[in-house]
Design a protein. Sequence first.
Length: 84
Amino acid sequence: MWPESYEAVTQAAAALTIALGAIFPAFSIGWMGSKAMEAIGRNPEASGDILTNMILAIAFAEAIAIYALVVALAIKFVPVTPIG
């Protein structure tokens, strides 16, 4: 069932994990920054509250990218013992 060397499969899985885990948070961080600047442009007096909330939201989005990195490293370096 398992090939002799399944290193190529784990390489591809790790690459896909980190690629998707970096692309989607990057788009969301850019979108949040864009919307925050748009909101500050509409209401400059609320810029302090907007920037605080934006930084908090960006930190949560960045955490998702870090989780993806940890999963990719686990896929890459943790050995898998096939059953059977």
